[in-house]
Design a protein around this ligand. Structure first.
Ligand code: DGP
Length: 118
């Protein structure tokens, strides 16, 4: 996708603090960290989950979960625990449509949904 910011990061057309990469997955630090460890994991391919994933793309989701484990180990939060989430749609505050998971850790993360938002 020409105008997708995460595609540009995946192609290294714009800079990012990359912490993991392989042929299918890239992980880089979120520009607005919400926790001491806040890494985004994306497929290199432009996938939009709200449009549905083809069976041929399902493998990359498993690859992302495996990469998340490696990132958590590297970042020192595998033992203490971490949260892996994907915002989907306006109520979740999704900004970028390219499939991505947030890996958050390094502190007690508290409630999944803050009470003041209820
Ligand atoms: P979401 O709300 O789930 O769509 O989160 C998108 C995240 O992407 C948000 O936490 C900020 C982050 N982000 C947006 N643009 C950039 C960028 O250019 N670089 C980096 N590193 N992160 C970005």
């Amino acid at each position: 996708m020409n105008d997708c910011i995460f595609c540009k990061i995946a192609k290294r057309e714009i800079p990012a603090d990359v912490v993991f990469e392989d042929d299918n997955v890239l992980a880089f630090r979120d520009i607005h960290p919400q926790a001491p460890v806040h890494v985004l994991l994306i497929p290199r391919k432009h996938l939009v989950p709200t449009k549905g994933l083809a069976a041929e793309d399902a493998r990359v989701v498993a690859d992302i979960f495996q990469a998340a484990r490696e990132v958590a180990e590297k970042e020192g939060v595998f033992e203490s625990g971490y949260r892996l989430i994907a915002n989907t749609g306006p109520d979740a505050g999704q900004e970028v449509e390219h499939l991505h998971f947030h890996l958050l850790g390094g502190k007690k993360l508290g409630a999944l949904v803050p009470l003041q938002l209820n």
